[in-house]
Design a protein around this ligand. Structure first.
Ligand code: NAD
Length: 295
């Protein structure tokens, strides 16, 4: 007879999530801890559901005794009123990507911002965070802006092709971090001339959105460049930045460390971040040099 193993179930709710690597990362780590761990994709598109069905979907997985849920686009804010408790950071950020389900409680957290912060810290440990330009003011952009401000950025200038979004995010961050200068940018060239680092948080660079989010001539050392895109890991932006002599951080850090954080919260176990990184590298075909930067 097989030794009895502890079971755990978790999942990800979102729209169009079929390519997510999060289930594989969670399940492999669960197995390494001796857990019979299943992690399901609950794809709103596949299941012909809408964000209005979120509450029913959460109730369904609670009935199935899930220990947790990751939440992604377009539900990270919609989930807030459905929770019994929300961590301080997630409440301030007004976005939840991780919900712990325990004893009838639904406790919301945000491991996106902490995942990005950890990825940046590991890949660019001595990055000068004084003055950061960020392009992209959507879901990922809210987490990265929060992260760099938590890490001590004193000037953050946010750009987005939708000016309303950059103004709104800058306003929210300025309220949360009154000690920093946070603004929506108007002239990218001027802002880049003064920046110590660039955070990129738009879909540009993904297969469906090829190209650069800004002219390569604006990338000049000692500027560092951090990308959130991780399909592919080596984006055109990072290639251009490296060619011009800038140090770079890829989106793999955020992808792995949001999962490391969520795994710990769901299971109460201490995940082996190194092992999860190695697994992510295997899943993405990342070469050892890129992995070493993350490790
Ligand atoms: P989103 O749609 O919420 O936001 C994207 C924002 O970028 C929008 O505000 C849009 O107006 C803006 N934008 C698009 N093209 C632009 C351009 N050329 N210049 C300026 N602004 C532009 O999307 P999101 O959820 O924030 O995701 C953005 C990217 O981040 C995606 O590629 C996603 O895969 C990636 N992501 C990565 C991780 C990770 O773990 N590494 C996590 C979340 C998202």
């Amino acid at each position: 007879m097989l030794p009895q193993r502890k079971e755990a179930r978790a999942g990800l709710i979102g729209f169009g999530i079929q390519r997510s690597l999060t289930p594989a990362m969670h399940m492999r780590e669960g197995r390494a801890h001796g857990l019979a761990y299943s992690y399901e994709l609950i794809d709103l598109h596949e299941r012909k559901k809408t964000p209005d069905d979120l509450e029913a979907l959460i109730a369904e997985v609670e009935a199935r005794e899930f220990c947790g849920l990751n939440i992604t686009y377009p539900c990270k804010q919609l989930v807030l009123p459905l929770l019994t408790e929300v961590s301080d950071d997630a409440r301030r950020l007004r976005a939840v990507n991780t919900v712990v389900l325990r004893d009838g409680k639904r406790i919301g957290h945000n491991t996106d911002w902490s995942g990005f912060a950890e990825g940046l810290r590991r890949q660019l440990p001595d990055a000068d965070l004084t003055s950061v330009v960020q392009i992209g003011a959507g879901g990922a952009g809210a987490a990265t802006a929060f992260a760099v401000l938590k890490m001590g950025t004193s000037k953050l200038t946010i750009f987005d092709i939708d000016a309303n979004r950059s103004v709104e995010l800058a306003g929210e961050m300025a309220r949360l971090f009154p000690e920093a200068e946070v603004m929506a940018g108007r002239y990218l060239e001027n802002a880049m001339a003064e920046a110590s680092g660039l955070v990129h948080a738009t879909p540009m660079g993904m297969d469906k959105h090829p190209g650069l989010p800004l002219p390569a001539e604006l990338l000049n050392p000692p500027l560092w460049v951090a990308d959130v895109v991780y399909f592919p890991l080596e984006t055109a932006l990072l290639q251009a930045a490296r060619r011009r002599g800038c140090r770079v951080a890829n989106g793999g850090g955020m992808a792995v460390f949001q999962a490391v954080g969520a795994f710990g919260l769901f299971t109460g176990l201490v995940p082996d971040a190194q092992r999860m990184l190695a697994h992510f590298a295997e899943l993405t075909g990342t070469d050892e040099i890129a992995l070493a930067r993350l490790a």
